[in-house]
Design a binder for this molecule. Structure first.
Ligand code: GYE
Length: 341
């Protein structure tokens, strides 16, 4: 694997000379090159990782998990690119990884479609692509090696089932229930799966009405904006289903500002996804009724795949992480204390 280091050094050098890279982390400098020279002779596995962005607490924890897994101490040289939630940035990053002849590409695709061409290029270059967190819809599944992430549809179904039970406990199972959804980035696996999963349950409840779906792009700021719009538009809202915690934080601010009651004390029932540490504080304050976990700590699972591929072992095409949910009936303080994200 010695050749790997030399190869990437040379490519960096060519890129440096001709200014061929667009993203800031891709432009090599002398320090990078010197480091490479020092490393020459060691067995590094070179990884090109294209991350969605830094839009949420989930995302920051996910990035940290990848960066702390693919370290030099563990035998990796990691090229990490933050796409700022733009597919075009991811496509550019992948093309640069191919030019740099990395050993593996890790891709967390912002949306599901539009990947066939660039994944074909990676395939032709003989570089395995490991998808993580979100997935892709491509004509030929062989364009990627495997996918590791959450069962988003199941998360949405769990949220729907939880609401059904909660309403029964409150003896509201026959009431008209008006729901709004803050959707994540449209056409992302997390949005599609959670929306579909919740709808699976919704469709069977005659008295539930979905008033509106609006995308808040998984960010707190847009979550707040969208919730303000929904509160201004609909006089009565019984439930908000918010497809991630950061949008929920924004929605909470909007409801507070509008003086609308919400949470476990009555008013709008708040359902969220991710269950990051900051959300536990809101749950304990009675501001989020239930939160459906999405585990961002995927680095070690991705590494296991790479270890297996290095050892020429077969890898499972689809790999799910274990997940659960939390609500105010549980000992949240204890969970929060041991929470890693
Ligand atoms: O729920 C959200 C993030 O893809 C599962 O993306 C991920 C989602 C997560 O921005 O917070």
């Amino acid at each position: 694997m010695r050749g790997r280091c030399i190869r990437i050094f040379l490519t960096f050098f060519v890129f440096f000379l001709f200014g061929g890279c667009a993203g800031k982390e891709e432009v090599p400098n002398h320090a990078v090159m010197e480091e490479e020279i020092e490393r020459e002779g060691k067995d590094y596995i070179v990884i090109g990782c294209s991350q969605v962005g830094s839009e949420s607490d989930y995302r920051l924890a996910n990035t940290e998990s990848l960066k702390s897994t693919f370290t030099a101490e563990n035998g990796y040289y990691l090229l990490f690119e933050d796409a700022q939630q733009k597919q075009e940035n991811q496509i550019k990053a992948i093309r640069n990884f191919i030019l740099q002849e990395v050993d593996y590409i890790i891709l967390d695709p912002v949306v599901e479609t539009g990947w066939d061409a660039v994944l074909k290029e990676a395939k032709e270059a003989g570089i395995p692509v490991i998808l993580t967190d979100r997935s892709v819809r491509v004509e030929d599944e062989r364009l990627y090696t495997c996918w590791i992430g959450s069962d988003f549809r199941k998360e949405g179904q769990m949220a729907g089932e939880w609401l059904k039970k909660y309403l029964q406990q409150q003896n509201r199972q026959h009431e008209r229930i008006r729901i709004v959804t803050l959707q994540g980035t449209l056409n992302s696996s997390a949005q599609l799966g959670r929306t579909k999963g919740f709808r699976d349950v919704l469709e069977k409840q005659k008295n539930w009405v979905m008033l509106d779906y609006q995308s808040g792009d998984f960010t707190q700021m847009k979550g707040q904006e969208v919730m303000e719009y929904l509160l201004n538009t609909y006089e009565k809202i019984d439930v908000v289903v918010s497809e991630n915690d950061n949008m929920t934080f924004g929605a909470i601010d909007a409801m507070k500002e509008a003086g609308r009651p919400f949470g476990i004390g009555g008013g709008v029932i708040v359902i969220s996804f991710d269950a990051v540490r900051a959300a536990f504080k809101h749950m304990m304050a009675g501001e989020i009724n239930a939160d459906f976990e999405c585990n961002p700590l995927l680095g070690p699972m991705v590494e296991q795949v790479i270890r297996d591929l290095e050892a020429k072992k077969e890898v499972e095409k689809i790999q799910y992480v274990d997940e659960t949910y939390y609500d105010s009936s549980m000992d949240l303080n204890a969970v929060m204390k041991s929470r890693e994200y």
